[in-house]
Write a protein that binds this ligand. Structure first.
Ligand code: ADP
Ligand code: MG
Length: 301
């Protein structure tokens, strides 16, 4: 899909979100159950794909494209799951289906046990492009989703300031996006994504445009924020080390039509500190295995 088109449709989608009740975020968080990783299928599943295929029809002469085929997956409460696969294998399609911006041709997608039928307040996303509105200050940008949900002004402001603090931007609420560096803008985008306290956070290569050092700092910030807020996250990346450093599990997709060909549980301790995880002696083994699965040695560009 054309990048600009998708960004516009994501912004439109935010405007269509159903208002959420305005129970304070702290209360909502306190009510969430502790993570039960060992639990079987059931109540703690936040996101589920059941045998999902998405086929795009083409024009009269061109052939259609099957982006993903027969994808089944679950993401449990508080889990961070990365999705990796060759370019064009349907990763973004999978994200769009979760966000309710697109519908499966076959199969169903569920968030918190409810079928996804359109954009909704329970799913938030963060992309490589920060989607910050240039005419709004950073705080006003973070408040955007809360405004749509009709959260009162005072609560909006305090939530936005708390999220900016959590994302290490407490000194910049009144700056405009163009006054910040790329890394700071992605932090602001993260604060905005988290401000609405979504059930599932979707990330589509959020750090791929950043330099290596900024990227590592942001990975650490993200990992800590996800742990502190106990968020469930589906993270798309083409950076294998990023996938291993940030995730509880990595799902590997095949070439188009994308299918899930392997699930790798990441057993390195300390998911909230990817910098430490990167230093683990186990890291190389995971990278080697993922490289093999993606057949990097034989891949053509
Ligand atoms: P990835 O994110 O893994 O690179 P995408 O999900 O963007 O892959 O795309 C998977 C395939 O589906 C590609 O061949 C792409 O061209 C096609 N595709 C994606 N969105 C559309 C669309 N709206 N219309 C037609 N084809 C699409
Ligand atoms: Mg993509």
């Amino acid at each position: 899909m054309d990048g600009k088109l998708r960004v516009d449709s994501l912004l439109d989608a935010q405007l269509q979100f159903r208002p959420m009740n305005t129970v304070s975020l702290e209360k909502q968080r306190a009510e969430k159950q502790p993570m039960t990783k060992q639990a079987g299928a059931g109540a703690d599943i936040r996101l589920e794909f059941r045998n999902v295929t998405r086929r795009f029809q083409a024009g009269r002469k061109a052939e259609g494209v099957t982006a993903i085929e027969g994808v089944s997956l679950t993401v449990r409460d508080g889990e961070v799951v990365s999705l990796i696969g060759p370019s064009g294998c349907g990763k973004s399609t999978l994200l769009n289906l979760t966000a309710g911006l697109d519908r499966p041709t076959v199969g169903e997608v569920f968030v918190d046990g409810q079928p996804v039928t359109g954009p909704n307040a329970h799913v938030a996303f963060m992309l490589q492009k920060d989607l910050l509105l240039p005419w709004r200050t950073i705080r006003e940008n973070v408040e955007f989703g809360l405004e749509i949900r009709k959260v009162p002004a005072a609560e909006r402001k305090s939530t936005a300031l708390a999220m900016l603090k959590a994302c290490h931007l407490e000194g910049f609420p009144d700056h405009y996006p163009h006054q910040l560096s790329g890394g700071m803008r992605q932090r602001a985008a993260l604060a905005r994504t988290m401000a609405t306290d979504p059930t599932v956070v979707l990330m589509d290569e959020p750090f791929s445009a950043l330099d290596a050092q900024t990227k590592m700092i942001l990975q650490k910030d993200l990992a800590q924020t996800l742990s502190a807020m106990r968020k469930t996250c589906l993270f798309i990346t083409h950076d294998l080390a990023e996938a291993v450093a940030l995730s509880d599990r990595v799902l590997v997709m095949s070439h188009r039509p994308g299918k899930i060909i392997e699930e790798i549980v990441i057993d390195i301790p300390g998911r909230d500190n990817p910098l430490v995880r990167r230093e683990s002696p186990m890291m190389t083994g995971y990278l080697h295995r993922l490289g093999e699965l993606l057949d990097l040695a034989h891949a053509k560009v």
